[in-house]
Design a protein around this ligand. Structure first.
Ligand code: UDP
Length: 319
């Protein structure tokens, strides 16, 4: 009898991790989630408890990490990931990117598992080239507030390549650009949940700076598809996954107001330090290597996400 393929998802109770759990269970994998729940929430995976092939372990992967039996794949997604979270949890952010990644790579080596690590567009810092291609080395302030996240992720990539080159571990590196969708935390401080929450409550919309900074937002289902394809591919060099549709934060705030039909006003607050002025992925590598590109438009993705936030705020599912 053939054993089911088994995947460990660190950070599986988080926004992205929980969507990965859904996808890998649907693909017929056995899924083990490890999460210490400092930013993740069991609510994101409560629908999976009791399902065949699903296990949850409350564990901090900066400590020795082990999984019983065979292990085929690891998706390393454990980390605070919103600017508010990593400013509040700077040491944990550095530890999970550095020591956590070391533990995960050690486990992958021991088990002969293929590991995909979640890196980020933050490795490009406040970028001096635009859009960002994978061969750009970035413009990061190591001692700034964002440094705890950016440098942790840069170290993570370096450690991953070292395990690949020195120990022959099968590794994959994804650089994730701004992603949104159901199960984002309303209070994670990011622009999208902040604007939607403010619009739904009729509060002022807080645009930081003059709102001319840009971002490019990818719907979570598109991201998950990109992750799945990268994991199953032979590519060991980093691949950007994100939606290249770029918009200024001010225009984005206006879009959210229009979508919600809110009469909220836009107010301006100080721009946080080291806030990147532009961000947009060049996805040529994802297109050619993975035959991947986003399928969900911002209009459609925002509608789906708004339905989720409405149910969060009003307490009942809204269709
Ligand atoms: N932002 C904003 N108002 C908010 C939250 C964020 O104007 O209430 C801005 C933030 O300064 C940044 C952009 O929106 O320029 C995207 O921020 P987010 O925290 O979503 O992610 P980032 O891409 O900066 O990691």
């Amino acid at each position: 009898m053939s054993k089911k393929q088994k995947v460990l998802i660190t950070g599986g109770a988080g926004f992205l991790g929980s969507h990965l759990c859904d996808r890998f269970l649907a693909e017929g994998f056995e899924v083990v989630v490890m999460d210490n729940l400092i930013t993740g929430n069991l609510k994101n995976i409560q629908h999976l408890f009791g399902k065949d092939g699903f296990t949850f372990v409350k564990h901090d992967v900066t400590n020795y990490t082990f999984v019983e039996g065979h292990l085929d794949y690891i998706l390393h997604f454990a980390s605070p990931a919103s600017p508010i979270d990593y400013l509040k949890l700077p040491i944990q952010t550095l530890k999970v990117g550095a020591m956590g990644t070391h533990k995960i790579l050690g486990l992958a080596k021991e088990k002969g598992a293929r590991v995909l690590i979640a890196s980020t567009s933050e490795v490009y810092g406040d970028p001096l080239i635009h859009p960002q291609t994978e061969d750009y080395w970035g413009n990061v302030n190591p001692i700034g507030y964002r440094g705890v996240y950016d440098e942790a992720k840069r170290f993570m990539e370096a450690m991953t390549m070292a395990y690949h080159r020195y120990h022959g571990v099968e590794t994959r590196i994804i650089r994730i650009f701004n992603t949104y969708g159901p199960r984002m935390r309303l209070d994670d401080g990011r622009a999208l949940p902040a604007f939607m929450g403010q619009a739904l409550r009729g509060e002022d919309i807080t645009v930081f700076g003059d709102g001319s900074q840009t971002r490019s937002f990818c719907y979570v289902d598109d991201l998950v598809e990109g992750i799945y394809r990268l994991l199953m591919s032979a590519e060991t060099m980093p691949v950007n996954i994100g939606n290249p549709a770029e918009i200024s934060i001010l225009d984005f705030a206006k879009e959210v107001i229009a979508l919600t039909g809110s009469d909220s006003k836009i107010i301006y607050k100080d721009l946080p330090k080291d806030d990147p002025k532009v961000r947009r992925p060049n996805i040529d590598r994802a297109k050619s290597i993975l035959n991947w590109e986003p399928q969900v438009s911002r209009t459609e993705g925002l509608k789906r996400t708004l339905a989720y936030f409405k149910s969060e705020i009003y307490g009942v599912p809204q269709v």
